[in-house]
Design a protein around this ligand. Structure first.
Ligand SMILES: [Ca+2]
Ligand SMILES: [Ca+2]
Length: 238
């Protein structure tokens, strides 16, 4: 899991020339990164992006350079603590000098605001220190919890999002299986290429005459994404 001390010293010696670390130490090092990109609307016409770059290699990043490329007219207007530059569609961000090394398994984070007009698809060609990044998971529907206790006669909520941006408008389908009397608001939940972040869904457990703790399983699905389930467990008050 962790590199040998000799290799660590070599990396330290090369810290000033990180762009060549991966190929130069290929015999020892398996460099890699995973990128998770989310964005949300920001005062129009803009958006706020949050990026997690996880070090999946076996070497720490003693400083890092992140490269990515927009596919539209997006223009970065501010990027938190890294230094950055944009040339056309290509953006480069470099870690601040005070940042600690990013150990294997740990992540570096970017946050930036940008403006755009027209479509706003996620950037592509993510690289850290010149090494291409992967997207960790297959597209999936993600709930912030999968099990919820709810007192009879009351409601509880959960949130659902997509792991990856859809290519167009995508509607959430919700089906249920179980016992008891449950109510969900008749809302239609959509995700868009610009906003696939959490949507809150509230579920009510209606009063019932029985004394049984009813249970219902909701299946949440979106075309092209792996579905997920959320189980609601009633706490009967009779
Ligand atoms: Ca009851
Ligand atoms: Ca009941």
């Amino acid at each position: 899991m962790y590199l040998e001390l000799g290799c660590r010293a070599l990396i330290a010696a090369l810290a000033g020339a990180l762009a060549v670390v991966a190929p130069a130490t290929a015999a020892h090092a398996a460099a890699g990164c995973e990128v998770t990109y989310t964005m949300q609307p920001w005062p129009t016409p803009g958006f706020l992006a949050s990026v997690q770059l996880r070090n999946t290699g076996d070497q720490p990043w003693n400083g890092y350079t992140v490269d990515f490329r927009f596919t539209g007219n997006q223009t970065v207007t501010g990027l938190w603590h890294q230094t950055w530059s944009q040339a056309g569609q290509s953006v480069t961000a470099r870690s601040a000098t005070w940042e600690s090394p990013v150990q294997p398994g740990q992540a570096a984070y970017l946050g930036f605001t940008a403006s755009y007009y027209g479509t706003n698809n996620p950037p592509i060609d993510w690289r850290v220190n010149g090494v291409p990044c992967s997207t960790p998971d297959a597209p999936a529907v993600v709930a912030d919890r999968n099990y919820v206790d709810v007192l009879e006669g009351t409601g509880q909520g959960f949130s659902v999002r997509l792991s990856h941006p859809p290519s167009g408008w995508a509607m959430l389908h919700m089906s249920s299986s179980g016992t008891g009397v449950w109510a969900t608001p008749p809302s239609i939940v959509y995700f868009s290429p610009a906003d696939w972040n959490y949507r809150l869904i509230t579920v009510m457990s209606a009063q019932d005459a029985d004394t049984v703790d009813d249970r219902v399983v909701f299946t949440l699905s979106v075309d092209g994404y792996a579905p997920t389930t959320v189980t609601f467990q009633q706490i009967d008050d009779d």
